[in-house]
Design a protein around this ligand. Structure first.
Ligand code: NAD
Ligand code: TYD
Length: 361
């Protein structure tokens, strides 16, 4: 039986990790333990996303620090008697990995290594074995598999073939996680998920960037011919899958999580325009006119698709939210939270936009 009492969540000030912590404290039936959020508050991290939970006190603790800083990580394991790690912290944006890959290697590869090795050390028994009532769950992505043609889907048995510095660094971290299981007996599980969307996502990714650009009357950049395909999943569906794996997933196994909901970028944008126009009181024709085809991303993967039959059949998880409903909830959230948006669209964000999008357009 897994303990699941003192959970270290890394990267909980970011998009998915933050939604996960909120879910654990507000919706996870049967969870009464403590959560420690270790986050370095990079441009993508925002402590404000969870300030209401922090103010409540009690079971949620924030620790500022870098996952690749061994003394910091070791001190947290000791201080909170950590029995579960849910590892979200990462540099997460492909475009940034193309402009500056070093941070991706440092955080995604060295950071994951540091966490794994600290866990191995802290969970060691006096006879040289490791505790088995503990768990290291690693959050990964469908991008480690590379790019698909027009048909087929990635399965858990598909060979890794990463093609961007981001996906290569995530692939390396996945291999380290599995190596720690096979070599040292560290109890691990791993999940690869497709593109997430929902509240609190940093507006550099396609959906929140497009919503905010529509609200601010800015162009909507579409890379290349706009026909690249992604599989989209509402963030809470991802989080419920992770919670299910923590409770019931087999140690040493990986599970695919996805929306089974494929969209060409340009088609997605058209749906998002209709929803944002309706909810934001904007002219859809004008928004459609602001679609701007820009220079393609170098090495742009054409299509991702996930086969999720393993988690569905073995653990009983399934997607709950339809795509339109999920997009509507997302647009509602961005409309209702201008303060959060203003707080993150700071100097660093502006610099990035200038360097990336404005030049392309
Ligand atoms: P995000 O960029 O929104 O958040 C990342 C968080 O990690 C931030 O709070 C940041 O401050 C923190 N962080 C970065 N470097 C750190 C370091 N060295 N030490 C401590 N904290 C650090 O990312 P996200 O979209 O929430 O993604 C979370 C995880 O899910 C990542 O591992 C990502 O690869 C994976 N994933 C994301 C998606 C997606 O669509 N967003 C899909 C599949 C998998
Ligand atoms: P993104 O949200 O960056 O996620 P990922 O690259 O991890 O899938 O991009 C999703 C898709 O949208 C991808 O094919 C690139 C494309 N895209 C645009 O066309 N315009 C944009 O402004 C952005 C950010 C992405």
């Amino acid at each position: 039986m897994r303990s699941l009492q003192n959970i270290l969540v890394t990267g909980g000030a970011g998009f998915i990790g933050g939604n996960f912590i909120r879910f654990l404290l507000e919706k996870a039936a049967g969870f009464s333990g403590r959560i420690v959020n270790l986050d370095a508050l990079t441009y993508a991290g925002n402590r404000k996303s969870l300030e209401d939970l922090e103010a409540r006190g009690g079971r949620y603790f924030f620790e500022y620090g870098d996952i690749s800083d061994r003394p910091t990580v070791e001190a947290i394991f000791e201080k909170y008697r950590i029995d579960t790690v849910v590892h979200f912290a990462a540099e997460s944006h492909v475009d940034r990995s193309i402009l500056g890959p070093e941070a991706f290697v440092k955080t995604n590869v060295m950071g994951t290594f540091t966490l794994l090795d600290a866990a191995r050390n802290y969970w060691g028994e006096s006879d040289g074995t490791l505790r088995q009532d503990v768990l290291f769950h690693h959050i990964s992505t469908d991008e480690v598999y590379g790019s698909l043609g027009e048909t087929g889907a990635f399965t858990e048995a598909t060979a890794y073939d990463p093609r961007s510095p981001y996906s290569a660094s995530k692939a390396a971290s996945d291999h380290l996680v599995m190596a720690y299981h096979h070599t040292y007996g560290l109890p691990v599980t791993l999940s690869n998920c497709s593109n997430n969307y929902g509240p609190y996502q940093f507006p550099e990714k396609l959906i929140p960037l497009s919503i905010l650009n529509m609200l601010e009357g800015k162009p909507l950049p579409v890379y290349g011919d706009g026909r690249n395909i992604r599989d989209w999943l509402y963030v809470e569906d991802h989080i419920r899958a992770v919670w299910t794996i923590l409770q019931k997933g087999r140690t040493g196994e990986k599970y695919h999580i996805g929306g089974e909901n494929e969209w060409e970028n340009i088609q997605l944008l058209r749906v998002l325009i209709d929803i944002t126009a309706k909810k934001g009181g904007l002219d859809p024709e004008k928004l459609r006119g602001s679609i701007t085809y820009v220079t393609d991303r170098p090495g742009h993967d054409r299509r991702y698709a996930m086969d999720c039959s393993k988690i569905k059949e073995e653990l009983g998880w399934k997607q709950e939210l339809g795509f339109e409903e999920g997009l509507e909830k997302t647009v509602d959230w961005y409309l209702a939270n201008p303060g959060w948006i203003a707080g993150i669209r700071t100097g660093e964000y502006r610099k990035w936009i200038e360097k990336n999008y404005e030049k392309r357009i």
